[in-house]
Design a protein around this ligand. Structure first.
Ligand code: GDP
Length: 487
């Protein structure tokens, strides 16, 4: 286990003030004697096991704080867990012993009482612990191999908790050959379970997709330039490519209707441009005006799907149309970054300092859906300000993969709740936010663990998003707020 052991870093001061009840939780489950206590102690280290003082929590579960880098979480040791009803007597006995061992530090009398209340108590405790956790570590013994109890626990987890992150951790693999041979048996526990040797990886999963795109150095964000016919998409593309002398290579698109061009922006950041304009003329020859519009929407949709950031181009003198709404909706739904490009800025007569402000208000009114998107004004035919599109796209892509620390996030959320608490229902019930965690990037996704998601009306959810944006930014990217009830 040496090479897979968790490297501990020093506590960051920013992270250590989060109260226990706000931390994400990781529960360790498994049949007796697989090493749950050892793993628990290993994770918790010097942080003594604590008994959390909150309603419904009994002493049959041990809690301890642990961390990975900046990320703190609470580890829960369930003592022993099995779907007891089906188990044989010998397993029951083993279970009783293990539960007692799992309760070190708890007075003997309570331990005996706990054992006496088995088996229903253990399953109840385990269920409770698992329900309140974001991640479950299902620990098995690599030397003993797969046992009937493992299979039952696996079934139990799969049936009841398939929506959670379940990590199968194979312990006792210090004799590698034997360990890996045995480990392969555990694949039979099911495809829903993630099979991992060692524990390191589960921490990545806890803050999911951390290792995903962020880890890829050669990742090149794709920008799609979309908009109605004649707004100036081709002109923008030409201006960008002409201005930029460091075109790397044309990359052939995956669809026939778009040619991608890779190029390097002013600050060295590489981009891929998805050109949706090129084919239009050929189509236009053969079809009527309305068909052309419809075709161009579909083409835009396909380009949006392949992109990371969408530049939606509108014409300064023209209105925003149905087609623009459709595109805006699609961008939001697919979680893509977005900037609004107001082209043909030269056609606005008598511009003064207020012109842009006036325009901005008008665009914001008409495209409320994209209220978070930055606006860029340019004159593509003269090559004016087109580089601003690239600057903005780079910024948007950064925001789209930005991650808040759990500490910052929870502080922000709690402040927002104090400033404006969720409304009270007629029955006097009120929503409570236990904690919030950023579960993903691209787009930034936040999970709010609350007492009852129904107690958070749409208006309150919008308020929370607004607060999040005003305190933490995320300009140019949709954000997702997910509300999860925890009883
Ligand atoms: P696309 O269909 O969106 O690709 O639009 P094009 O790039 O083909 O441009 C449509 C027409 O608008 C062409 O005649 C361009 O010369 C013109 N155009 C493009 N950009 C500008 C601009 O910034 N100002 C003005 N006045 N005309 C422009």
């Amino acid at each position: 286990q040496k090479e897979t052991s968790i490297k501990r870093r020093k506590h960051k001061s920013s992270a250590k003030n989060i109260p226990d009840h706000l931390l994400p939780r990781v529960t360790i489950v498994g049949r007796p004697n697989v090493g749950k206590s050892a793993l628990f102690n290993r994770l918790v280290g010097g942080n003594k096991a604590i008994v959390v003082d909150e309603p419904g929590v009994t002493r049959d579960r041990l809690y301890g704080r642990s961390f990975w880098g900046d990320y703190e979480f609470l580890v829960i040791d369930t003592g022993g867990v099995v779907t007891i009803s089906k188990l044989h007597d010998d397993v029951m006995e083993e279970l009783a012993i293990s539960t007692t061992i799992g309760m070190e530090g708890i007075p003997l009398a309570s331990r005996e009482a706990a054992v006496a209340r088995m088996p229903s108590m253990i399953e109840k405790q385990a269920t409770f612990a698992v329900e309140e956790s974001s991640v479950i570590i299902f620990l098995v013994d690599g030397q003993a191999g797969l046992t009937a109890a493992d299979v039952e626990i696996g079934d139990w987890l799969r049936k009841k908790f398939s929506h959670k992150h379940i990590i199968l951790a194979v312990n006792k693999c210090e004799s590698p050959r034997k360990g890996s041979m045995q480990a392969s048996e555990f694949w039979s526990l099911g495809t829903d379970l993630v099979d991992l040797l060692g524990f390191r990886h589960f921490l990545y999963l806890l803050y999911q997709d951390y290792a995903d795109v962020e880890g890829k150095e050669d990742f090149v964000p794709a920008i799609a330039i979309v908009g109605r016919p004649n707004v100036g998409k081709s002109s923008i593309l030409n201006a960008l490519v002409r201005e930029d002398r460091t075109i790397v290579s044309p990359v052939s698109g995956t669809t026939r209707d778009a040619i991608d061009t890779e190029f390097t922006g002013p600050d060295g950041q590489k981009f891929r441009l998805i050109d949706t304009a090129g084919i239009r003329r050929r189509v236009a020859v053969a079809s009527s005006g309305s068909t052309t519009e419809a075709l161009s929407v579909n083409r835009a949709f396909r380009a949006i799907r392949r992109s990371d950031v969408v530049a939606i181009v509108i014409e300064a003198m023209a209105c925003i149309t149905e087609q623009d709404y459709k595109i805006a909706e699609r961008i939001e739904r697919e979680g893509k970054g977005c900037l609004i490009v107001v082209n043909k800025w030269d056609t606005i007569p008598n511009k003064n300092q207020q012109t842009a402000t006036y325009y901005e208000q008008d665009v914001r009114d008409k495209l409320r859906l994209l209220s978070w998107a930055p606006i860029v004004y340019c004159t593509a035919i003269a090559g004016h300000s087109v580089d601003k599109i690239i600057d903005a796209a780079g910024m948007v892509e950064k925001e789209r993969k930005r991650r808040l620390t759990t500490a910052t996030l929870n502080q922000l959320v709690q402040e927002a709740v104090v400033f404006k608490p969720p409304p009270r229902t007629r029955g006097g019930k009120r929503g409570r936010v236990y904690y919030c965690t950023q579960a993903a990037v691209r787009p930034p996704t936040f999970v709010f663990f609350v007492n009852d998601a129904k107690l958070f009306p749409e208006t309150y959810r919008r308020y929370m998003e607004k607060q999040l944006r005003s305190s933490a930014g995320f300009s140019g990217t949709p954000v997702r707020l997910l509300w999860r009830s925890r009883r």
